[in-house]
Ligand binder design. Structure first.
Ligand code: ATP
Ligand code: MG
Length: 177
């Protein structure tokens, strides 16, 4: 008799510091209308979504990600948008910074080499601010922000009584730069 291996729902992400979290959450709350503003502590930018993964692989994933070399990333959050297909309001960079693309490329290449599956959709950097939104509201005006990202994280996602909870399992710091 075999038992199914325990799995965890995982993703790699950039995680905002408290200051940026507060600014993003405040805007999201005002922009939400009948939509669902993301809670402050849940705001993030997904780099690679692994989904259900064997829990026993977590140490390997941590070792793999620790090998990624990158300099701190300056990510302008200079635009907001609305995607009809998934009804989200998001913010992101009008022009994707090359260091961010390089980080994602390196991380995904290491996952490929290790045979670890992740969602292969091309990376489009964005921070989801509001879910179940009908449109992008005219107000409040978006005030451009700059995200200085000094690390990325491995996160597990769980759903407790209908509420999604993220737990940062490990941080991977940038090299000096
Ligand atoms: P919920 O799905 O419970 O409403 P959520 O989408 O925030 O909440 P997860 O589904 O665990 O939580 O997703 C975690 C992150 O990964 C989110 O940023 C989500 O947009 C992203 N994500 C989820 N599924 C995929 C996927 N198939 N491909 C790429 N990114 C994904
Ligand atoms: Mg989801």
């Amino acid at each position: 008799m075999s038992e199914a291996a325990a799995t965890v729902r995982l993703f790699f992400a950039l995680w905002p510091g408290t200051d940026l979290q507060a600014k993003l959450a405040a805007w999201a709350k005002q922009a939400a209308g009948r939509g669902r503003a993301m809670r402050r502590e849940n705001l993030h930018l997904t780099l690679a979504f692994l989904g259900a993964t064997e829990a026993a692989l977590v140490p390997d994933l941590i070792a793999l990600a620790a090998g990624v070399r990158f300099a701190p990333i300056r990510l302008p959050l200079d635009r907001v948008g609305y995607w009809k297909h998934n009804r989200i309001i998001w913010c992101g960079a009008g022009e994707e910074p090359q260091p961010l693309a390089a980080l994602v490329g390196d991380l995904r290449a290491r996952l490929d080499a290790a045979g670890i599956r992740y969602d292969p959709k091309p990376f489009v950097s964005h921070v989801t601010l509001v879910r179940d939104a009908a449109s992008l509201p005219d107000a409040p005006a978006w005030i451009p922000l700059v995200w200085a990202a000094r690390d990325f994280v491995l996160v597990s996602s769980t759903r407790v009584e209908g509420r999604v909870t993220y737990q940062v399992l490990q941080r991977f710091p940038a090299q000096a730069g």
